[in-house]
Design a protein around this ligand. Sequence first.
Ligand code: AMP
Length: 604
Amino acid sequence: MSTEEQQSTPLFSELGLSAPILKAVQEAGYETPSPIQAQSIAPLLEGRDLLGQAQTGTGKTAAFSLPLLSRIDVKSKMPQMLVLAPTRELAIQVAEAIQSYARHMKGLHVLPIYGGQSMGIQLRQLQRNPQVIVGTPGRILDHIRRSTLKLGELKSLVLDEADEMLRMGFIDDVETILKETPDSRQVALFSATMPSAIHRVATRYLKDPVEIRIKSKTTTMETINQRYWQVTGMHKLDALTRILEVEEFDAMIIFVRTKNSTAELAEKLEARGYSSSPLNGDMNQAAREKAIERMKKGKLDILVATDVAARGLDIARMSHVVNYDIPYDTESYVHRIGRTGRAGRKGEAILFVSPREKRMLFAIEKATRQTIAKMQLPSTEDIADRRVMQFNQQLSETMEAQDLSFFEKVISDYQQEHNADPLEVAAALTYLVQKTRPLKPVKHVQERPARAERERGSRNERPERGDRERSPRRSNRSSEHKAEQGMQTYRVEVGRTHGVEVKNLVGAIANEAGIDSKDIGRISLQDSHSTIDLPEGMPKDLFQQLRKVWVCNKQLELSLMGAGEASSDDSSPRKPRRSGKPRSRPRDASRRPSTRRSNKPSSD
Ligand code: AMP
């Protein structure tokens, strides 16, 4: 590691956070504080006011939550911390994040309060004496005016995304709330930009604040070709898999935020056939060096790393850097992509950017003085072309290098015995060879707007909202339900009693069968089973594969609904045969895939 790349980032354990908070941070897999956390935590713990210029994705939620939670007295049942956020979504997400950081603080209650939710529910929840309230300004002010929210004991007030609150016309409400809080409270104001109205609020209400601004040096990186993919319409893992299929790469480093994600992602890539290893600060020096050595020698192609573990890494064959999770600041982006393009070689850098992280993208472009080109994901056709090309190459290599005389005899005997067309025999063999990795991957039937990834954006460590149901048009009785056009309703034999949640089904179907999350429609959880809408015309192989997927210790045993909840055999989607030649097939074929005779490849 070069000394210029060594930074003196403090450890979380050195910052004076309370023990329960530290434990939660460790469990979350955070390795080191992000720059904004490194600068905010100590002054906030001291009770100082803070003015932070930071946007989403910098880790600012933890930057204020960890120290302010550490200062809460759980024995007191009065609101002690209030966070104002511009939107209901943000209020919920921040409340969820705070809840997870506070999970070892026994007796601590966090309550999100926002407009649109029933007052009655909120009043009942307020009676449970939450110490932390996260809300939108309008509704918080309502409660203050009705005296249903008392802020006399408030220790801290956070204004999150203050410029957004200004833009949405909340600034007067925010000022009124500020005036309603005791003089002794500390205030932390975060804003991505500092328009004059925000500056005025800061000067009026913040006392001698610590000012934090993550500065960015400009650097040019001419040997590195930079691209970004806007996270929409599919899971990041699916997008990454597509890129891996088509991109010519020698060695790749993929950056994620947490230690846990390094292991999870490396495992998933390994399962998809890529030799991958995590690289994180939890691994001892020997294990890290071993992974790096294997990478250098070409025994490993992908490292999934955190910033800390990859600092200073110098591997000449590193052709690609993928920023799977966007970095916290421009400087760490520059460090990350500097792992490629070493020793005058050319390098490729790919960045995943969710809509909420766009500002960081602009900041990076400014800091690197380069525009980052938007990239399209490889299409199913691109993947098919690539797979066919690889297959052809393997075929040529095998014919050249292998002694095939025994196999030639097997095939020639078969051909003579069955009077078969050699081309058809070769086609059948090709089909068998490509079954687990089809030369023509499944093409999704419909293009519909993405749901899952859109809202989550940079908050991908947090649980998805609305977890019980994917669609607001929820139906508990399957008989009432009619699938959207282009979709079919399937039944799976796992339900609430097995502990299943919507996210388990989406995850299993998206990951195991490679169906885009956007192609997964309405999911309805019942007690003993669930129903799920999937695109019409599912290829038979995929159907068989999905039947066997395990979720909550149960196989899905997928079957198509309708026709009196037909059995799986009748419900198995069919494809017309290519040739007119009749072929016998065991009637119970779909139940016995291992003994089944070969089918023609499905045509999509
Ligand atoms: P925020 O900027 O607060 O929206 O946070 C963005 C994402 O970064 C969230 O998914 C957090 O869980 C994650 N995060 C925050 N702090 C850290 C950290 N120190 N290490 C790794 N991930 C973090």
